[in-house]
Design a protein around this ligand. Sequence first.
Ligand code: ZN
Length: 456
Amino acid sequence: MTIRKVAAVWAGKGTGALSRISRRGGGTTLPGDVARAIDPRILTRLTGDLSQGSAVITGTNGKTTTARLLTWLLEGVGQRVVSNRAGANLIFGVTAATLSRAGADGRLRADWGVFEIDEASLPRAAGEVQPKATLVLNLFRDQLDRYGELESIAKKIERALAALPETAHVILNADDPRVAEIGLGLPNKPVWFGLDDPRVAGKQLPHAADARTCPRCGSSLVFEAVYVGHDGVYHCPNHDFARPAPDITATDIALDGFDSLAMTIRGTRVEMPLGGLYNCYNVLAAYATACSLGLDGGYIAERLRTFRAAFGRQERIDFRGRHLILVLSKNPAGFNETVRTAVDLAHATNFVIGLNDRKADGTDVSWIWDVDFEQLQNKARVVIPAGNRAYDLAVRLKYAGVAAEEPQTDPARALDLLIKTTNEGDTAHLLCTYTAMLDLRAELVRRGWAQPYWET
Ligand SMILES: [Zn+2]
C-alpha cells in the first residue's frame, strides 16, 4: 500500500462527488483524470486488488450489452463486479470506475473487473489491467472520419494481445474477417466463436460493408453466409485466408423482433429477453467468455433468461400510453441491423430516428448515406427525423424513398409529434445515435417517464 495510491484514490473520489453534486453527468471520467495525475499507475494498483481478476471487452458494436451480460453472469454466482459506464470506455473512465468502488484505505473491494474498452484504447488498457480474459467482438468502420483506421487498429490490438501472458484467455469472433486476422497472428490459439445457422444468414454483404478484402492478398473475400455487416462465413478465393473454425457456435437461432432470441450453444438452449441477430453475437460472446472464466454452461443458460437490457441499447419506456423501444444505433453496421430488426422481425411502423453530430456521435454525419434506410420504404407509416442534424437525415430519407414527417431538432417537439402520430397502445421505435438518445431520454426524464441513467 503506497501513500501515493491512497492520495490518488481520495483525490479521485473527491472529484467524483463534486461533479455529481454539480450534476455534471454522473462524474464518469473526471475522477480518473485527477487520480492518474497523482499516480499514473493507479489503475494497475487498483485492479491488482481484485480477488479474481479482470475481463476486458472491445469491438465497434455490442461492448456495453456484452459487458452487462458478463457482469450479470458473474453477479449471479455471488461475485462482486466493478464495471465502467457506457460512454466512459477510455482509460480514464475505467480508472474512474475502479476509484468509485475503492474504500477509504485506497483498496478496491471487488472480485472481478468487467471493462468495456474503446478499440484504440485496448493496448493501453490491456497493459495496465492485465486481464484474465480479453474479448474482441467485431471491427466495423465506426464513422467516415475514421476511414482507413480499421487495419491499423487491428494491428495495434494484435500486438496488445500477443503481449499478454500465456495464461490469459483471448476470445475472438471468427465471423469477423478483421478480428480473424488478429487472432491468426497470435502466438497462442484463441477461443473462436461464431454463428452457425444458414437460415438466418443473408448471401449479400450490405452495400456499405467495410471488410470485403483478404488481408493477405487483397482479393475480394467470398461470403457463403452474411450475418451482421461483414460478419459471416467467408474465404479468400486464393486459399490464403478463411474464417477460422469456431470452437463455440450458436445454432438453431430463433428471433422475435426486439423481444427475444433463442439459440443452442453446446447442446443447451439459451433464451434471452433481447432481440436482433447482432445480440446473438453478444450473447454467444458473453457465454464464451464466462466459460473461459470458469462458469458452467447450464448455469449461464439459466441466468441469461432473466437479463434486463442495458440502458438505451434496447430500453422500453411507456410514455403516455405509447410503448417506446429505444435502440442505440451509432454507425452504418449498427443502423442497418436495428432498422432490419425493427422492420423485418418486429414489424415496426412508427419511428423516431435521431441523429446528432457531437463528438460522441461523430462530427461528420455523411455516414448516414451508408445506412440502408431504403428498408423502411412502404413499411414505415411514421418516420420522425430528430436530433440536431434532423434536416440532413430528412434529405437522406427522401433519397431512400421514405415519406418522413417534419424534421424536429428539439427533442421535446419530437416527442410531441410522436404522441400526435402514434395511437395509444401502439409501439414506436426510437433509433438514435448516442447523444441523440441521451437528449430524448433526458426529455423523457424531465417529464417523469424515465429514470436518470446514473440512478437506474
Ligand atoms: Zn487472399
